[in-house]
Design a protein around this ligand. Structure first.
Ligand code: ADP
Ligand code: MG
Length: 367
């Protein structure tokens, strides 16, 4: 017998209608409820005398443990390599071997170290020497280097050390990846931008592994890409520069950019009522002396953000603000005022991140 053609009886039509209504309710409900948090992988540990923390939204199931292990290995290897190249704390790093050499020969460095030297010299030139990686002997003499002893140098010691400071004494050949100086006592310190560079390198390694959503942080310098686990831009806190404890000044939302902060509130000691912090003004040979407590810079490159934040910390609240404005930087200065802090923001910062009023948090700017 030939099969009967299927027809919709009134009864089956009613069942179908009820089914569609139920499906409709379920769909609307699903759309109305907040999106579920996505999975977040976190990698953290000590590095460069501080700590790192990398958060990644994996683009595949975390049950793929080999994938998480690959991310972890890439992060560790990157940090290890930056340390091996640029640490002044490790005597056999590339940088320490250059610092210990008599300088006359061309000294071959890795491409990475050459890229960091190139950035350092560019910012030194642009800032009239406020940023200067050859301040190393002064950083050490004031007790902020390896084997740091918080004991200010005498005036004679300062004069002698200053004669070996000056980025003009350093010659970099990027093509050949070499550095050279005729001053055997020249001593370079890349601490002001190496953490930012490490952040950029980790971000690049994650990009290569195909993860487009992450927040990378090394010692307070950060870079964000894509959306967080709630599908929003990554939200970052800028600390209130208080000596004890941690307080929040404001939050900013980062869209594929980096944020670096320099300040005088973590690494300092007091001498005769003066706060001596780890940022040295190469023009005086002494720790900076002004009311600027911290400055944060937002820039596509974390290495540049890091170098600029240190530069502005040297230039101070007035000259620094003018310089940042001239150079189109998004920067927020927190200046000591009475018992609290006054916020001063460049127009690029205000446009992207709020009106410069404490606590306000505006939109975001793209790089
Ligand atoms: P942090 O390490 O707290 O993020 P910075 O990025 O500002 O702070 O780096 C500060 C370090 O930079 C100092 O500890 C010192 O090693 C080095 N440094 C100090 N003064 C200068 C300067 N004028 N130019 C370049 N590097 C500097
Ligand atoms: Mg810096």
């Amino acid at each position: 017998m030939a099969p009967q053609p299927k027809v919709l009886t009134p009864r089956s039509l009613a069942v179908l209608a009820v089914g569609l209504v139920i499906l409709g309710i379920l769909t609307v409900n699903r759309l109305a409820s907040p999106p579920a948090r996505e999975e977040l992988l976190t990698f953290s540990g000590p590095t460069m005398g501080t700590a790192y923390r990398v958060q990644v939204i994996p683009d595949r199931q975390s049950t793929d443990t080999a994938y998480a292990a690959r991310l972890s290995a890439a992060i560790e290897e990157t940090l290890e390599s930056v340390n091996q190249n640029m640490s002044t704390y490790s005597p056999d790093s590339e940088l320490s071997r250059f610092n210990a050499s008599d300088g006359e020969e061309r000294f071959t460095i890795s491409e990475d170290t050459a890229a960091v030297f190139a950035c350092a010299l560019e910012v030194a030139e642009a800032s009239g020497g406020a940023f200067d990686i050859t301040v190393g002997p002064l950083v050490n003499a004031w007790g902020f280097g390896p084997n740091g002893r918080h004991q200010p140098p005498t005036d004679e010691e300062l004069t002698a050390l200053r004669s070996h400071v000056g980025y003009q004494k350093l010659h970099l050949d990027v093509e050949a990846s070499t550095i050279q100086t005729i001053d055997a006592a020249l001593y370079c310190d890349l601490s002001a931008l190496a953490k930012g560079f490490a952040v950029d390198q980790i971000a690049e390694a994650l990009d290569e592994l195909g993860t487009g959503r992450y927040l990378v942080e090394v010692g307070g310098e950060v870079r964000a890409r894509g959306m967080n686990q709630r599908g929003e831009a990554w939200s970052l806190g800028i600390e209130k520069p208080v000596d004890i404890g941690r307080e929040l000044q404001r939050t900013v939302r980062l869209h594929d950019v980096s944020l670096a902060t320099s300040g005088d509130y973590r690494n300092f000691y007091e001498q005769d009522g003066l706060r001596l912090s780890h940022t040295i003004d190469p023009r005086t040979g002494r720790p900076v002396a002004h009311r600027l407590a911290s400055v944060s810079v937002i820039h596509p490159s974390c290495m540049y953000a890091d170098a600029y934040a240190t530069t502005l910390m040297v230039l101070g609240p007035d000259d620094g603000l003018a310089w940042a404005e001239d150079h189109g930087l998004a920067a927020l200065f927190l200046v000591r005022a009475g018992d609290g802090f006054e916020e001063r923001a460049t127009s690029r910062f205000k446009d992207g991140y709020g009106d410069g009023q404490p606590g306000s948090s505006g939109g975001t700017i793209e790089p």
